[in-house]
Design a protein around this ligand. Structure first.
Ligand code: SF4
Ligand code: SF4
Ligand code: SF4
Length: 193
């Protein structure tokens, strides 16, 4: 059945109107989603600028936690040891702040976060040692486990999986005995211009 010119005109107008409506709705949906949670978008940008080593040298249990603290304004942007100066500059730019000049000892020797196991409560279920991404937990089944402090990157994965709640994350004030010299050299290498 052929359409009359009049009918064809209405069909074409309807199609064009639907197309324009689709474009407008799509634009509004996109605009709405990008404005939905600016804080989450900021955290995502900051996390993307971090190296992702999850080493906790910034004093936070991983890059995400550091990005959240940066976005909340509770952490300075020069704490990422592996990222060095380039990362500090990138974070400062995203946050719209000037690069902090911090010559204090804490700026260089950032306290690490590590896990400790309360061995008197540990049942030796081995869940934590199987979960640890860097094999920093030692122990055999049904015997108390322990964290090798030097290897722990403070990611907190073991804390979440322990059924006995006997693992705790603690800030480790740096000493000559526990300081990670490899990461210190990475920091200074990264900081070289
Ligand atoms: S110091 Fe390590 S955990 Fe912290 S932001 Fe840098 S790479 Fe991530
Ligand atoms: S899982 Fe626990 S012991 Fe292993 S690196 Fe993470 S915090 Fe340290
Ligand atoms: S998960 Fe908890 S109870 Fe199980 S071995 Fe590790 S520290 Fe011990």
């Amino acid at each position: 059945m052929l359409l009359s010119t009049h009918e064809l005109y209405f069909v074409l107008c309807g199609a064009v109107a639907l197309f324009v409506l689709g474009v407008v709705l799509s634009y509004l949906a996109h605009k709405g989603s990008s404005n939905a949670d600016p804080q989450a978008a900021l955290i995502a940008r900051l996390e993307k600028a971090l190296p992702g080593a999850q080493c906790a040298q910034c004093g936070f249990p991983g890059c995400r936690a550091y990005a959240e603290a940066l976005a909340a304004g509770t952490a300075p942007c020069n704490k990422c040891t592996p990222g060095g100066q380039n990362t500090t500059d990138a974070l400062a730019e995203i946050l719209g702040v000037s690069v902090p000049v911090d010559d204090s000892e804490d700026a260089i020797f950032t306290p690490r976060t590590v896990a400790i196991i309360h061995e008197s409560i540990c049942t030796g279920c081995t869940k934590c040692s199987r979960k640890c991404p860097v094999d920093a937990i030692q122990g055999t089944i049904k015997n108390p486990h322990r964290v090798v402090e030097y290897d722990c990157i403070g990611c907190g994965d073991c804390v979440k999986c322990c059924p006995e709640n006997c693992i705790e994350l603690v800030r480790l004030e740096p000493t000559i005995a526990n300081f990670n010299w490899e990461l210190r050299s990475i920091r200074f290498t990264g900081g070289a211009k």
